[in-house]
Ligand binder design. Sequence first.
Ligand SMILES: Cc1cc2nc3c(=O)[nH]c(=O)nc-3n(C[C@H](O)[C@H](O)[C@H](O)COP(=O)(O)OP(=O)(O)OC[C@H]3O[C@@H](n4cnc5c(N)ncnc54)[C@H](O)[C@@H]3O)c2cc1C
Length: 564
Amino acid sequence: MPAHDVLIIGAGLAGQRAALAAAQAGAGVAIMSKVHPVRSHSVAAAGGINAAISVDDDWHSHAYDTVKGSDFLGDQDAIEVMCSEAPGEVMHLEHMGVTFHRNEKGELDLRAFGGASMKRTAYVADITGQALLHVLYEQLMKHHESVERYEEWFTTSLIRGEDGDCCGVVAREVRSGRMEAFTAKNVILACGGAGQAYKPTTNGLIVTGDGIAMAYRAGAPLMDMEMVQYHPTTLLGSGILITEGARGEGAHLLNAEGERFMEKSAPNKMELASRDVVSRAEQIEIDEGRGVGPDGQGILLDVTVVPRRRTLEALREIVNLGKDFAGVDITREPITIRPGQHYIMGGVKTDIDGRTPIDGLYAAGEVACVSVHGGNRLGANSLLDTLIFGRRSGELAAARAASIPMPHADVAAARHRDERELEEIISRPREGRRVSEIKNELGELMNGKVAVFRDEEGLQAARETIERLKAEAQSAWIDDRGTVFNQDVLGAVELGYMIDCAETTVLSAIERKESRGAQYRTDFPERNDEEWLKHIDVSMNGAGAEVSYSPVTITQWPPEERRY
Ligand SMILES: Cc1cc2nc3c(=O)[nH]c(=O)nc-3n(C[C@H](O)[C@H](O)[C@H](O)COP(=O)(O)OP(=O)(O)OC[C@H]3O[C@@H](n4cnc5c(N)ncnc54)[C@H](O)[C@@H]3O)c2cc1C
């Protein structure tokens, strides 16, 4: 039975950075991913990564912008860690081989991004995630003697020992269908977000909330789950992302009357206000009948105001996306976009070293809630979050591994349980609803009722529907009865994870009776610091979900009104 000092679930940027840090600290490391590591969703990241690198910049300014962007829900001690360590991390990546864009003087070039008081986003054209991920993967290959890679292995659950510590996982090899239990002194969850609980979303098919749900089921609390980010520029229909880098380069947002409507809600920052503010402004234009496209559900993004040469150099991927998915040459005409689900600020509650309240269990990246993003994440702060907290959790897990023996838990019992569960799904009769139907209904429900604007009636309706979908999922059927690459059965497991994420999101959104960041309640339109300057934590107890609160850490920036 495999046993490792540090077992990392997820091989996106957070997981690979954790693996590298733990290996460099001398631990025996394993990294597991349900897809090949460089197909992890981090590969899709486009616009860049924030760091106060410029000589005119200061990490305190980056931290203040992040606190303000979070609508003062972010924990300021964690934000200070992230922003103060950012320049060192970006330079480290550069030294490892990331070919960040340089300006004519040969210095690292920086682009403007939403909510930032100056240009501080380092980038590799609009393929930054791909550039970072490939360089980290090369580094992992260099450590092949101390880093075992379980590529195309799907984790089904976490295992806790008799003392309550996390001591391993159960996983299924996707290629063969073989189930295995893994013992580990430490498990780091780096499984990414849960965007597929929404339809449409900018997130790929693999982003199904697995880590969040596995931690929740194992007893770890989730935090800030109501905070779901809608990105202002996603293609109408498909939901494909048009990077904020476009607005960073100067693109305008226009309504059906050709008006730059951001003047009304963010006269100073205009299109580069924080994402929650821009998405809301767009939705208001659409709801009040000034939208464009089919049923007036879109807004125009005008990239033609950016010099064509610059667009072709710095935004070449979205030039291709525009042509391939909307039939539009963005260098010559505006493209129709709308706000779309993009990111979840909430996740597994951790401290500034990735520790969860369960000993031996860590989380980093989008799966985690440290919380550096609070009510709203600033663009280009997520790649930073994955790397800083991935590294910190890898280092801490390696240090812990050096001081404890390998656990002796009965991991085989957990393997048998999960094996039986998967066999039961495969053998279900072909009657009732299919997994795919339930997934579609869930996604459309979340996008309809738990989106940019929310209210009690819609949230309660969502809660009831999720209850029904949860029951239906217990007997939902799949086509594939085989073992080799049976993605169908894994889809059924993922559906359960997404339902847990959706349920905790809705519960938290019902609980928070105010408007802050990405949570805008039309029935409670004001931010209410007196009652709601606190995190909402959701834990699973025997009877179901239990809600509690935890304080927001404020170090140097007392809450104030947000204006852009
Ligand atoms: C289109 C797009 C563009 C973006 N652009 C930017 C940007 O420019 N700047 C920025 O800061 N942020 C950006 N973001 C956000 C950012 O890319 C993500 O938040 C971040 O990359 C998440 O990284 P991660 O390591 O946490 O997870 P991921 O990269 O999603 O990796 C998750 C890993 O977990 C594995 N996994 C999941 N479940 C299981 C399981 N059950 N068993 C085994 N393995 C599992 C997956 O295989 C994968 O390896 C963008 C997001 C999108 C969708």
